[in-house]
Design a protein around this ligand. Structure first.
Ligand code: CDP
Ligand code: CDP
Length: 224
């Protein structure tokens, strides 16, 4: 189809955003933009540069972001001062997860990354996931979804992901990280995690990935 389709998916950690977005991207031939990876990259730079936010802000300004397919997953490609690098696992460590919400609160960082995300959405049919996509980044999206699930269910899912990668961490630690991040993301002043008024809300607790995909497909096929 030549009609433009933009899908915004928001929700807390472990609600299934990236899993669902990847599947729908394939089905509808959309570019999948993982905005969380961009904030995780900012947090990664923060840890690498003695927690100096000014350095991070200057680096982000001069970075170009793209997403490149790598088998079933995809990686964040950053072009900075003529150098190109791919990021994935280094953005999903426990250390990055623990500080990412703090870094994501920074106003300058949000302005820079939001601008780059809007630019991508302007020129492409995309499925974008994050916290503020339906509210701030693509308020004009044709389809908006807000995924949720109980913190306990989300912690269980995330623990499994860590186990698969061979990362050792306890259920309690994962649950605490998720609850802390939820609180910071929901209560921040700029672009907090919030369901857009016109978003379709789906509690995925107890739902399979197939169930969730089916429901959202129905929604897309209604408007598109
Ligand atoms: O995958 P997970 O849900 O754990 O997190 P993520 O989507 O990778 O996002 C990591 C963090 O980045 C979130 O907890 C937010 O603090 C921040 N973020 C944001 O502020 N705005 C977005 N659009 C996306 C992520
Ligand atoms: O991107 P987000 O942090 O919202 O969540 P995710 O990384 O897509 O999902 C976290 C884990 O939960 C993945 O391993 C999914 O396979 C799993 N999941 C699930 O078990 N049931 C669902 N309905 C959705 C996701």
């Amino acid at each position: 189809s030549v009609k433009k389709l933009r899908i915004a998916i928001d929700g807390p950690a472990g609600s299934g955003k990236s899993t669902i977005a990847k599947i729908l991207a394939k089905l509808y031939n959309l570019i999948y933009i993982d905005t969380g990876a961009m904030y995780r990259y900012a947090a990664y730079l923060y840890l690498k540069n003695n927690q100096n936010l000014d350095i991070v802000i200057n680096m982000l300004k001069e970075s170009e972001f793209n997403f490149v397919k790598d088998g079933e997953t995809q990686k964040l490609k950053v072009d900075f001062h003529g150098e190109s690098k791919l990021y994935d696992d280094e953005l999903r460590t426990v250390d990055v997860s623990k500080i990412v919400s703090k870094v994501a609160k920074n106003k300058d960082i949000r302005i820079i990354l939001t601008e780059k995300q809007k630019e991508i959405a302007k020129n492409n049919s995309v499925i974008m996931d994050g916290r503020d996509i339906g509210t701030v980044v693509i308020p004009e999206a044709e389809v908006k979804v807000f995924l949720s699930a109980t913190p306990e269910e989300r912690a269980k899912r995330r623990l499994k992901d860590y186990e698969t990668k061979g990362i050792k961490i306890s259920y309690e630690e994962v649950l605490e990280d998720i609850k802390k991040r939820d609180e910071e993301d929901v209560n921040r002043d700029i672009a907090p995690l919030k369901k857009a008024d016109d978003a379709y809300e789906l509690d995925t607790t107890g739902l399979s990935i197939d169930d969730v995909v089916r429901r959202i497909k129905e929604l897309i096929d209604k408007v598109y």
